[in-house]
Design a protein around this ligand. Structure first.
Ligand SMILES: Cc1cc2nc3c(=O)[nH]c(=O)nc-3n(C[C@H](O)[C@H](O)[C@H](O)COP(=O)(O)OP(=O)(O)OC[C@H]3O[C@@H](n4cnc5c(N)ncnc54)[C@H](O)[C@@H]3O)c2cc1C
Length: 417
């Protein structure tokens, strides 16, 4: 059913009996044209664009848990395209443009909010680096503003502008088109859109191995039986190395935990997204009133998705240094997601050396904002067996040939990206 004002009124008058399921719950078929492994944002958007843009509808998404149970439902929902390196700039701007029309495209309210993203600078050198980044963005047609300390103070008066601020605010790089989107609505919107176009979304179906004929991968073993396919696409985020190992591949990926935090609900305080340049801390306010924030990687690798206590203290300390009034707030919940950290901080969307196997991984902290662009480019790669021009630099062999896309100039240290 198409969602519209008319359908809301009709259902209101008829006891809300006609909504139906947002997507079906089909049994897996023995074979498909394409299998997408991983029902997170990237897997679901890939399936959607395969059907919508390339007419490939005999597709299944295989998800070991439930939709939204992975990082797509665990992140802090920030979207932006304030990148500087060739490759990243074009890709994230494509994704931003897709965000702008997404709710309309999916006929599903993804609650995309262009409330702006402030990157705070705390030293003159950092301010210069942000000005440089802003100029690169503008020369690529992406909106960017550089604000002075006083301009930031006018917009965000609750930051610590006192004499004793540990990290004085020097200025900021702002992208007004950046903002947030509702994470689980994005997963559900793509799922519904893909399902409507004939894609089978199969939950509780873990891929446990690959079926080969000679060198070629021709299907997968799952907890619900074997399923064959002409093409198998991996989009399993933090589990990329685990799954790749089953195919005999070693990836330049480390899996790390990143936590998110939610406070009790308060009246509107923060009407934008703020990232703290002197540490790893970022914050926004949800539509329900909670402050949503995050910080650095845990530093203890695990697949448990729980997170640990030292980082709680670390993140709250940074938050309080930036916004002193946070000290009076109660934190309600925190959790973690398993991040697919690449060695240069940039993603991989590529064919693999194994015929029939396609790879999407390496999203680090930034894979939520990439969801539309990633699905768009991965679907193109799967459909045409060649990279989308906008994602042409996200090749797997760049780590071997010495062409990393080192956005932060931090070298191969996942925790620094
Ligand atoms: C705390 C936190 C905050 C973040 N904040 C932001 C942010 O503000 N902005 C931003 O842009 N990005 C952010 N990210 C990053 C972003 O969430 C991820 O990069 C992105 O969601 C990863 O892609 P995905 O949605 O496809 O992953 P997931 O949702 O994790 O999807 C992968 C799916 O694969 C499934 N799977 C794994 N193995 C198998 C298997 N063998 N068989 C079948 N299924 C399998 C998993 O169950 C999972 O559902 C954050 C991440 C975290 C953890």
């Amino acid at each position: 059913m198409r969602y519209s004002v008319a359908s809301v009124i009709r259902e209101a008058l008829t006891g809300n009996t006609g909504w139906g399921r947002a997507w079906r719950d089909p049994e897996p078929k023995p074979a498909y044209d394409v299998l997408v492994v991983g029902g997170g944002g990237h897997g679901l958007s890939t399936a959607y664009y395969l059907a919508e843009e390339h007419g490939i509808r005999n597709v299944a998404v295989l998800e070991k848990g439930w939709l939204g149970g992975g990082n797509v439902g665990r992140n802090t929902t920030i979207i932006r395209s304030n990148y500087m390196m060739d490759g990243n700039t074009q890709f994230y701007e494509l994704s931003m443009k897709l965000w702008e029309g997404l709710s309309h495209e999916l006929n599903y309210n993804a609650m995309v909010s262009h409330r702006g993203v402030f990157n705070l600078a705390h030293t003159p050198a950092q301010y210069d680096a942000f000005a440089y980044r802003g100029n690169v963005m503008r020369s690529n047609g992406i909106d960017a503003e550089i604000l002075s300390r006083e301009e930031v103070r006018r917009e965000l008066p609750y930051l610590d502008f006192s004499e004793k601020a540990r990290f004085p605010v020097y200025g900021a790089l702002v992208q007004r088109r950046g903002g947030t989107a509702r994470h689980d609505a994005v997963a559900w919107g793509y799922a519904r859109g893909a399902d409507t176009r004939g894609v089978d979304i199969i939950q509780n179906c873990e891929v446990t191995g690959f079926i080969r004929e000679g060198d070629r991968i021709v299907g997968v073993e799952t907890t619900r039986g074997a399923i064959r396919a002409k093409k198998v696409a991996m989009a399993v985020a933090g589990h990329s190395s685990v799954l790749a190992e089953k195919a005999g591949m070693r990836l330049p990926i480390e899996s790390h935990l990143l936590q998110a935090f939610v406070s009790e609900s308060i009246k509107p305080l923060i009407d934008t997204v703020i990232t703290f340049g002197a540490g790893h801390f970022y914050i926004s306010q949800s539509d329900k009133g909670s402050l949503v924030f995050g910080g650095d990687l845990d530093g203890y690798n695990s697949y448990a998705q729980r997170g640990n206590l030292p980082i709680v203290e670390h993140v709250l300390t940074e938050g309080k240094a930036l916004i002193p009034c946070l000290s009076r707030l109660r934190m309600l919940r925190h959790w973690a997601g398993v991040m697919d950290m690449s060695m240069d901080g940039s993603p991989i969307i590529d064919l693999t050396p194994i015929p029939g196997l396609y790879l999407n991984t390496g999203w680090c902290y930034g894979g939520f904002k990439a969801v539309p662009g990633s699905g768009w480019c991965f679907a193109y790669l799967i459909a045409r067996d060649e990279p989308h021009p906008v994602a042409a630099k996200f090749r797997l062999d760049r780590f071997r040939t010495g062409r990393p896309i080192d956005e932060k100039g931090a070298g191969p240290v996942p925790g620094h990206h």
